[in-house]
Design a protein around this ligand. Structure first.
Ligand code: SF4
Ligand code: FES
Length: 418
């Protein structure tokens, strides 16, 4: 059902509240988070030492939770009420087990970007690889979010880490797997919750076969956070890098503040470097990168490949074919041939372990691609950054372009890359 927003000018009755033991009068019909801001508390979307860390603001992560009349509640979604008592202090909050919304405990046949390529199904056939669950809430606002129904939903109950770990352990048994993944949304937003969840999950799964896999957009992964996750038992991680340039990151994530976008993108890249420098070989690291021609150019993909290869050429890199989803129903799904081309561009940049998610399943490192599989009509579309009037092409290249065969296309593409 469509909803229409209308401007309404109604007076907000003034109510009395108690915040951290002090009495205040404030307007009603706002969230507790907004009420706290009106009272001078500082809230931030990144953990910068502000009074309240509120990254998702959709009720999923509970990083913004405060104590409301003796119970933990997310301040961004809980309305302020007359006579309510709110406590924001760390001691009061940490007197309760952390909570967050997490759902969808189920067997997963494909895995995430942090799933080793040799386990991923080739082609369409698949078996269960992992038991996975999904943390609600995300700091980003990707217009092609493939999991938006979870990311922005706050309708499932919030769980403690122990409750989630027990459910996941049961899912492991049900689906007969050793890998237990948490994805999202973004699972790292509520760090206290995630660390306790991993510790409890490890306690319930002490065997060597148990893998604790964290899939993340990596924008919260500072070195200190990474160390804590590894110490808590994380064995496999799939950090994303959503672009090389701030403008691409902003286009993909809909973070409109350039300085915030630049900071988040830098954190992603620093996280990848830190994982490699400190933990390569100790935990499994698989990096995810996005591809859709409407969002990122092949040029930038090549430069991402070079930067990653410079960090570690053996790093597993999984390219996700961003399809029409959520708010971007207008974009075109990358064709199989296009994804083959993306794989080649990354391999030519020096990466040795590239996997591409395609409409026909994953294509992994060393996997032979039947040339009949690559449609030349699609290859023509791979002009992407190279159109026949591209100023970087000579006249003869330009006129030959429509007829360029697959392998010629590759050479041509690489030649014009800056
Ligand atoms: S980072 Fe992932 S979960 Fe978050 S909005 Fe983007 S696609 Fe969705
Ligand atoms: S910021 Fe309030 S639930 Fe995430």
């Amino acid at each position: 059902m469509a909803r229409v927003l209308e401007n309404a000018s109604q007076e907000r009755p003034i109510i009395k509240v108690l915040v951290d033991g002090q009495a205040f009068e404030i307007p009603s019909r706002v969230t507790i988070l907004r009420a706290l801001e009106l009272l001078g508390y500082k809230a931030s979307r990144v953990p910068d030492g502000s009074d309240i860390f509120a990254p998702c603001r959709t009720g999923g992560c509970w990083a913004c939770a405060v104590v409301v009349d003796g119970e933990l509640n997310p301040s961004c979604m809980t309305p302020i009420r007359d006579g309510v008592a709110v406590q924001t202090g760390r001691d009061a909050i940490e007197g309760f087990p952390p909570l967050r919304r997490v759902s969808g405990f189920q067997g997963h046949t494909v895995g995430g970007v942090g799933t080793p390529h040799w386990l991923k199904p080739k082609g369409r056939f698949s078996r269960y690889l992992e038991a996975a669950c999904f943390a609600h809430g995300c700091i980003l606002r990707c217009s092609t979010c493939q999991n938006w129904e979870v990311t922005y939903s706050s309708s499932v109950p919030a769980l403690t880490p122990a409750e989630a770990a027990r459910t996941m352990t049961r899912a492991r048994k049900t689906f007969g797997v050793d890998r237990m993944a948490i994805s999202g949304g973004e699972c790292t937003l509520n760090r206290r919750w995630l660390i306790q969840y991993l510790i409890e999950l490890r306690r319930l799964n002490r065997d060597d076969a148990a893998c604790l896999h964290v899939d993340t957009n990596a924008v919260m992964l500072t070195p200190n956070c990474i160390d804590e996750l590894v110490e808590a038992g994380m064995t496999d991680v799939g950090p994303d890098v959503k672009g090389l340039t701030t403008s691409t990151f902003m286009r993909i994530t809909n973070i409109y503040d350039p300085s915030l976008a630049s900071k988040l993108l830098e954190t992603e890249w620093n996280a990848v470097r830190y994982f490699v420098d400190r933990y390569f070989g100790r935990i499994f690291v698989g990096v995810g990168i996005p591809y859709n021609r409407s969002l990122i150019s092949l040029d930038e993909i090549h430069r991402i490949g070079m930067k990653l290869a410079n960090i570690e050429p053996r790093l597993q890199v999984c390219v996700l074919d961003y399809r029409p989803e959520f708010r971007r129903q207008d974009i075109k799904k990358p064709s199989f041939s296009e994804m083959v081309q993306v794989k080649r561009v990354l391999e030519d940049a020096g990466l040795r372990c590239v996997i591409c998610q395609t409409e026909r399943g994953h294509i992994g490192p060393g996997q032979a691609i039947d040339s009949d599989d690559v449609q030349h009509e699609d290859v023509d579309e791979l002009t992407l950054n190279i159109t026949d009037n591209d100023p970087r092409l000579t006249a003869s290249e330009s006129s030959a372009l429509p007829a360029v065969r697959d392998h010629e296309m590759k050479a041509l593409t690489l030649r014009v890359l800056p």
